[in-house]
Design a protein around this ligand. Structure first.
Ligand SMILES: Nc1nc2c(ncn2[C@@H]2O[C@H](COP(=O)(O)OP(=O)(O)OP(=O)(O)O)[C@@H](O)[C@H]2O)c(=O)[nH]1
Ligand SMILES: [Mg+2]
Length: 368
């Protein structure tokens, strides 16, 4: 299962350019007029992970398999989208399925690119999108509350869900996103969200799309600063990138790309940052499996115990879980091979209560 991230923003802010760069393909038509994206574009992309590469270099398997993220690129949203204005509304359903949102904000000035307003105005732009997302959530929730108010008479257990629904509705009416709800871990909220898939309940990664000149830290423009501030206020992640540049880099080899980034004084490409912030926002970590056939990265919740991690690979592994053999990543790299780790007595045998650590190299014993 790939982790899903939906890309939202006003028209012509660089969503499809970012999407194309992310997917290293050219399948989302990029054009200088609003509403260029008509059908949602989806792509599943590998999560770059230098640790996995290092492990692969040691193990020399037949295949190296990265964890994956699915990106969904939709048409730009405009004021009134939740009421059917523009083309955005019909695509919001595609965003509901995703786990997190990338909110692309225009921070570049280019008289040649048609835009809703002549100059970027991140605060206003973000506001427009957030309002539309909240209105879409509110609309859907009102219908749900109608249904619930009937159903709750026959099933008192639904009252807890109804209570949450009413609090969230009140919040939305006051202009607060669903994510402002205090107890998102509660069973009632989770049950409600499983059905509603609230747009404004998702983690957000704000992406400031700048032009080349403003990419380096010394030369940061006011727009970027504003997005960074707003991201912090919203408890969101923040990434600065130049979509155009990312797209150009998509054609380069890994080595060429790193050389290029070095010359700009940047460590990680904007796209790698988007993916990593996505992982972070969602509280996800990777663990690895390593054998002669394949070295592979898997995705699991931070805090997950060994049987849950086993279940990511196969449900049988979880059902019949006996134990996990674990080599911490650093140990593997230090000693170089699994047999060296075993010989040094550093391979650990862990049970059901073991909490998986980021980059653990794992092997599961099971019996079904
Ligand atoms: N100068 C400059 N132009 C950019 C940048 N990013 C995107 N553009 C241009 O802006 C225009 C729109 O880009 P898209 O990626 O299609 O925008 P979008 O957000 O997907 O637009 P819709 O799908 O219509 O909502 C294209 O002409 C891009 O080349 C950038 O960083 N700098
Ligand atoms: Mg587009």
């Amino acid at each position: 299962m790939a982790l899903g991230i939906g890309i939202v923003g006003l028209p012509n802010v660089g969503k499809s350019t970012t999407f194309n760069a992310l997917t290293k393909t050219q399948n989302a038509e990029v054009a200088n007029y609003p509403f260029c994206t008509i059908q949602p574009n989806r792509a599943i992309v590998p999560v770059p992970d230098p640790r996995l590469d290092k492990l692969t270099a040691l193990v020399k398997p037949e295949k190296e398999i990265y964890a994956t993220v699915e990106f969904v690129d939709i048409a730009g949203l405009v004021k009134g989208a939740s009421q059917g204005e523009g083309l955005g509304n019909q695509f919001l359903a595609n965003i509901r399925e995703t786990a997190a949102i990338v909110h692309v904000v225009r921070c570049f000035e280019d008289p040649n690119v048609v835009h809703v307003s002549p100059l970027p105005n991140p605060r206003e732009d973000i506001e427009v999108i957030n309002t539309e997302l909240m209105l879409a959530d509110l609309q859907q929730l009102e219908e749900k509350i109608d249904r619930l108010s009937r159903e709750v008479k026959g099933d008192r257990k639904l009252q807890a869900i109804m209570d949450v629904a009413l609090i969230v509705k009140d919040q939305l009416e006051r202009g607060l996103p669903v994510s402002a709800y205090a107890d998102m871990e509660s069973e009632a909220y989770q049950a409600l969200n499983r059905e509603m898939r609230f747009l404004t309940g998702k983690k957000v990664i704000f992406v400031a799309n700048v032009d080349e000149d403003h990419l380096v830290a010394e030369n940061e423009n006011v727009y970027v600063r504003e997005v960074r501030e707003i991201a912090a206020q919203h408890n969101g992640e923040f990434v600065k990138l130049c979509a155009k540049l990312e797209e150009d880099m998509a054609g380069l080899t890994d080595d060429e790309r790193h050389e290029f980034l070095d010359s700009l004084g940047i460590e990680e490409s904007g796209l790698e940052q988007v993916i990593h912030h996505g992982y972070h926002a969602l509280g996800l970590i990777s663990f690895f499996t390593a054998g002669p056939k394949e070295v592979r990265a898997w995705t699991v919740r931070r805090g997950a115990k060994a049987p849950e991690a086993a279940g990511v690979i196969h449900t049988d592994f979880e059902r019949g879980f006996i134990r996990a053999e674990v080599i911490p990543y650093e140990t593997y790299i230090r000693l170089g091979t699994e047999s060296a780790v075993k010989a040094a007595g550093e391979m650990r045998v862990e049970g059901r209560e073991y909490v998986v650590q980021d980059a653990d190299v794992m092997h599961f014993r099971f019996n079904v």
